[in-house]
Design a binder for this molecule. Structure first.
Ligand SMILES: C[S@@+](CC[C@H](N)C(=O)[O-])C[C@H]1O[C@@H](n2cnc3c(N)ncnc32)[C@H](O)[C@@H]1O
Length: 629
């Protein structure tokens, strides 16, 4: 099966066999290597459909066969390229989005600029230029024509040179201008014959050039980047690469305007929606991204300080702290136990002064004695996080334990404060939160992949619609050609009919003339013969046949002086020559003759010239009659 293609209309990359897939990839490689255009970053399904449609058109059955054709016929590459780069476009394509851009986005963008500052726009994948000129009109409506001419530069780029040449001509048919409101046509276009040309002064603000979005470096310092219905033909990996370049191309705060079917779900770090429905986004600047990440990391808490002046107040305050706190003197004796510690750990005033290591709390839920020693030695606080205490007091099963050195202002160590913070609830909440987060993450991932699938489906749908639009346009133009041919055939037919009618009329007239001549010949009493300048008989009437026995169908074409009849024709040579030479207009000769029945008689032969309308002698008319004597 190597090399078979599926039915062109049902072809997609999913329906290809492995061998077909490999042949297809080889074809793409060939285009890349030998024709300098790399389609490998484009969505396969759409490519396979377009190539298959082209193959059907040229009668190629397999990708291999088609590759052979491409290798020998350079013209086919141009046709394939045309068919793969779908150039469907229009002025103000998707009017609600353009209206929003004109009324909301562009005025805000213009307001961020000084009136002397330039505005740079890039229409990437501009096809035949309608989109670039639409931006020029939208900006001229805000800034006025003069300001637009002075401040605005619009770069229209595409990979398709043929489309760019149309864009450069800036001349469009009335049909192409259907989407432009009448007053704007009046203001921004000049008539040229049956078509319209974009006005010359503004035309200078628009510059067209070939640029490959996938491979070439982007244009920079762009304020508005219009890239509509172009990314959707690329696979998601290539889209991501191109989007990173578009991000680079834009100034901070610059606007990205995509096509109706295009989303940026997975590129939120680069662009943030201005209006998601209309697919208008703003660049997220590098600065903002960095600031956001600092906030997300949760840094920068300022420590709070509480001035305390009274010892008792301090003691009571420590006693009132809701977390259990035990203060251990530098000698190792318990110096203080607050009320929460008394309640939770069953301590009392009598424990004051005891060695801390004698208390159960010094080793349960965790070994604290070495921790205390470390803090005393290093004079640095220590945090034991999330210490579990299964079946702990008061239903508490987890503590954060803070061991903090207490020292005089001069640095002299006084002791250590050990505080037990109940983190059971936060931990439980944290665990639940983590669990919920995990569930949410899974749901989000699923949602995202569904969204991406939807996005892809939507893009594919849109690209299929555009393909259909192209096919429709092609069909329409074929139809128009057929209609033209039909009209031509019809008029040829009518002409033929007129000629036919004329011929019929002429034939009738000829028939009548013939009849008339025939009756002239028949009505002639004697034999009538007409000979041409070579003396060949052209008319031999019935009476001649009757007289000499030579039939009317035998005589024409014979040399008159050679016919074997009962008349000595040789004797007529002289008079005939005289008539033919124009020396005589009438000759008459009497001759002895014998008719076909053998009867002898005197025959009078009169000769006169046969003269054409132009006055030339074309032959001789001879009349042969029996004389009375
Ligand atoms: C469907 S048209 C879109 C035209 C216009 N932007 C619009 O939305 O009406 C897609 C255009 O993208 C161009 N294109 C395809 N691949 C490209 C690439 N790698 N770089 C630049 N343009 C590309 C095609 O030549 C075609 O003109």
């Amino acid at each position: 099966m190597t090399g078979d293609t599926p039915g062109a209309e049902s072809a997609s990359d999913e329906t290809l066999t492995k061998a077909q897939y490999e042949d297809f990839e080889e074809l793409l490689e060939y285009l890349k290597r030998n024709r300098g255009f790399d389609f490998t970053g484009y969505k396969r399904a759409s490519l396979v459909r377009r190539v298959s449609a082209r193959m059907k058109g040229v009668g190629s059955e397999t990708f291999r066969e088609y590759l052979d054709m491409l290798q020998v016929d350079p013209g086919e590459f141009t046709a394939l390229f045309d068919s793969l780069l779908i150039n469907v476009t229009a002025f103000f394509r998707d009017p609600p989005a353009w209206e929003f851009l004109r009324s909301e986005v562009l005025p805000a963008l213009v307001a961020t600029k000084d009136p002397s500052e330039p505005l740079r726009v890039w229409s990437a994948g501009c096809a035949t230029g309608e989109e670039a000129y639409t931006v020029a009109i939208a900006l001229a409506e805000i800034l006025g024509v003069d300001q637009t001419r002075q401040r605005v530069k619009i770069y229209g780029t595409d990979v398709d040179e043929t489309a760019l040449n149309v864009a450069r001509r800036a001349t469009y048919s009335p049909k192409a201008l259907a989407g432009v409101p009448e007053p704007l046509v009046e203001q921004y276009f000049e008539r040229s014959g049956a078509d319209y040309t974009f006005r010359k002064d503004l035309r200078r603000a628009v510059i067209f050039g070939r640029h490959d979005l996938v491979h070439a470096a982007p244009i920079s310092h762009i304020d508005l980047l219009v890239c509509r219905n172009t990314l959707m033909y690329l696979n998601s990996e290539t889209q991501a690469r191109v989007l990173a370049r578009l991000h680079f191309a834009l100034e901070d705060g610059g606007i990205l305007f995509l096509g109706k079917a295009e989303m940026l779900l997975s590129h939120g770090h680069l662009f943030t929606p201005v209006d998601l429905k209309r697919r208008i986004f703003a660049k997220v600047s590098k600065d903002l991204r960095e600031r956001m990440s600092v906030i997300n990391e949760g840094g920068g808490y300022e420590p709070l300080e509480y001035p305390m002046s009274y010892r008792r107040a301090r003691e009571l305050a420590v006693d009132a702290v809701p977390s259990a706190t035990v203060v251990v003197h530098y000698s190792g004796a318990v110096a203080m136990v607050n009320s929460a510690a008394r309640r939770l750990f069953g301590l009392s005033g009598s424990d004051i002064g005891k060695p801390f290591q004698d208390l159960e709390i010094s080793y349960r839920p965790v070994e604290l004695r070495s921790a205390l020693e470390k803090v005393v030695t290093e004079q640095r606080p220590l945090l034991l996080e999330q210490v579990s205490w299964p079946g702990g007091p008061d239903g508490i099963d987890c503590f954060d334990i803070h061991v903090v050195p207490l020292a005089e202002p001069g640095g002299l160590g006084v002791g250590v404060a050990v505080t037990f913070i109940d983190v059971s609830l936060p931990r439980r909440l944290h665990e639940e939160l983590e669990h919920t987060n995990r569930a949410l993450e899974t749901a989000y991932e699923e949602l995202q992949s569904t969204n991406e699938e939807l996005e892809t489906t939507n893009e594919e749908l849109q690209s299929t619609i555009e393909e259909l639009e192209t096919t429709n346009e092609e069909l329409q133009s074929t139809n128009e050609e057929l209609e033209t041919m039909n009209a031509e055939l019809q008029s040829t037919n009518e002409e033929l009919q007129t000629i036919n009618d004329e011929l019929r009329m002429r034939t009738g007239e000829l028939d009548e003339a013939n009849d008339f001549l025939e009756s002239l010949l028949i009505s002639q009493r004697g034999g009538l013969v007409v000979i041409d300048r070579d003396l060949r008989i052209s008319v031999w009437n019935a009476q001649s046949a009757e007289l000499w026995g030579l039939r009317t169908d035998e005589a024409p074409g014979q040399h008159f002086l050679n016919v074997d009849i009962g008349l000595p024709v040789e004797e007529l040579r002289g008079p005939i020559r005289a008539v033919l030479g124009g020396d005589s207009e009438y000759e008459a000769v009497d001759l002895a003759a014998t008719n076909r029945r053998g009867r002898e008689f005197r025959c009078r032969v009169t000769m006169s010239p046969l003269v054409s309308r132009a006055g030339q002698i074309r032959g001789t008319i001879l009349i042969m009659e029996e004389t009375a004597s």
